[in-house]
Design a protein around this ligand. Structure first.
Ligand code: BDR
Ligand code: CA
Length: 324
C-alpha cells in the first residue's frame, strides 16, 4: 500500500476521502487544516469519521494551521453545515488529536520516511508551511495529489475553486515547490456525482458505515440543491483519494499550473497552460508562425481530465462494504 499523509478539512467529501484512504492506502496520519469549518470542528470531524469506520486507534490525527498564510479564513457552512459535517448521527468522538502540530508531523514524517505521498483535500496551508519549515522535503516527497483548482471554471468565484481561493499564497508555494503536483480539480470532480441511487445503495448495505455514508450524502445533496446542481452531490475530495489509490481511474495530462494571487476577479484561479494540447488554431497557423508558439510552459503538474465513473463508484461501494 502507498504511504500517505492525508491533509484535509472535513467536510462531507473529505469524509469520503478518509474512508477511501484508510482502507486502501497506508495512512501515516491525518493532518487537519482550517477550511470548510474552523480548525477545532475540522479536527473533531476527522476523529468522528475515524470512529465511524473503527480506525481511530490506528490512525493518528494532528491539528494544524487554523488560518491561511496571508488571507482571512473563509468557511463554507452553506455546503457543510455549522459543524462542517452536519447530517450524521454519531456521538461526539472520544478519541483526541495528538499533541504534535500537523506541520511538524508532515515535515518530520517526510524527512524520516521514504516515498511518502501527500494527499491534500483542503486549503494548502499546512503543506506550504511544512515546505517552508523543511525545504528539503522537495527531494523526499513522492508526489502531492490535491483536490483543488480547476482546468475550467471555479465554484467559489467564477474563476476560483474553494480550496485554492481560501489560501492562494499556500497553493502558489506548493505549485512552485518543484514537487510533482497532481491536480484533481473541479473539471474532474464534477464528473463524480453521487445520486439518490447512491444513497439507496449505501443504506442497502445494512451497516453503520453505510448509514453514515448515506446520511452525509443526503445532507450534502440537500445543501448543494439550494446552490449548485439539483440532482447530484459531487464528493470532490474522494476523487483525489481515488486517483492515488488507482491512477488508472483518471486520465490526466501534464501542464504548467500557477495560481493567480492578485487578479481583481481571478484571485485563487489556477492558471493552466494547456496550449500544447490544443489542436490547430483557426486564427494562427502554428506551422507557419512558430513564434506565436502553442508549446505551453514546461509542465510542473498533471491535471486530471476524465474520470472512469463506473469503476470509481465500484471502488466507493467495495470500500464501504469492506468496513462491514
Ligand atoms: C472543495 O471545497 C470544499 O468545500 C470541499 O471539501 C472540497 O475540498 C471543493 O471545492
Ligand atoms: Ca475538503
Amino acid at each position: 500500500k502507498k504511504k500517505v499523509i492525508l491533509d484535509c478539512d472535513p467536510g462531507h467529501d473529505d469524509a469520503f476521502a478518509i474512508m477511501l484512504s484508510v482502507q486502501n492506502l497506508d495512512v501515516l496520519g491525518i493532518t487537519c487544516v482550517g477550511g470548510n469549518t474552523p480548525l477545532p470542528n475540522v479536527t473533531r470531524n476527522a476523529l468522528t469519521v475515524l470512529e465511524a469506520i473503527r480506525h481511530a486507534d490506528e490512525v493518528p490525527v494532528f491539528s494544524g494551521c487554523s488560518h491561511p498564510m496571508v488571507a482571512d479564513l473563509v468557511t463554507a457552512p452553506m455546503f457543510h453545515g455549522k459543524s462542517g459535517l452536519d447530517g450524521h448521527h454519531r456521538p461526539e468522538p472520544v478519541h483526541q488529536a495528538q499533541k504534535k502540530h500537523a506541520v511538524d508531523f508532515i515535515a518530520e514524517t517526510v524527512m524520516t520516511t521514504d516515498d511518502v505521498t501527500i494527499l491534500a483535500t483542503g486549503p494548502l496551508t499546512n503543506v506550504a508551511e511544512a515546505l517552508n519549515r523543511e525545504p528539503r522535503m522537495v527531494e523526499r516527497v513522492r508526489e502531492i495529489c490535491i483536490m483543488g483548482g480547476s482546468v475550467t471554471f471555479g465554484n467559489w468565484t467564477p474563476a476560483a475553486e474553494f480550496n485554492i481561493f481560501v489560501d492562494p499564497e499556500a497553493a502558489a508555494r506548493v505549485f512552485n515547490s518543484g514537487i510533482h503536483v497532481k491536480m484533481c480539480g473541479l473539471n474532474l470532480t464534477r464528473q463524480s456525482g453521487f445520486t439518490d441511487e447512491t444513497v439507496r445503495r449505501f443504506r442497502g448495505m445494512g451497516t453503520e458505515v453505510g448509514e453514515f455514508a448515506a446520511d452525509l450524502t443526503e445532507f450534502f445533496m440537500q445543501a448543494g440543491r439550494k446552490i449548485d446542481d439539483p440532482t447530484v452531490a459531487c464528493m470532490h475530495d474522494a476523487c483525489a483519494a481515488a486517483w492515488v489509490i488507482d491512477p488508472s481511474l483518471i486520465t490526466s495530462a501534464p501542464m504548467h499550473i500557477d495560481v493567480e494571487l492578485s487578479g481583481r476577479f481571478t484571485r485563487g484561479m489556477t492558471v493552466c497552460d494547456y496550449r500544447h494540447l490544443c489542436g490547430p488554431n483557426p486564427i494562427y497557423d502554428v506551422a507557419r508562425e512558430p513564434q506565436i508558439g502553442f508549446k505551453g510552459a514546461e509542465p510542473n503538474a498533471e491535471a486530471a481530465l476524465e474520470l472512469d465513473y463506473d469503476r470509481y463508484m465500484q471502488l466507493i461501494y467495495s470500500t464501504l462494504r469492506s468496513y462491514g
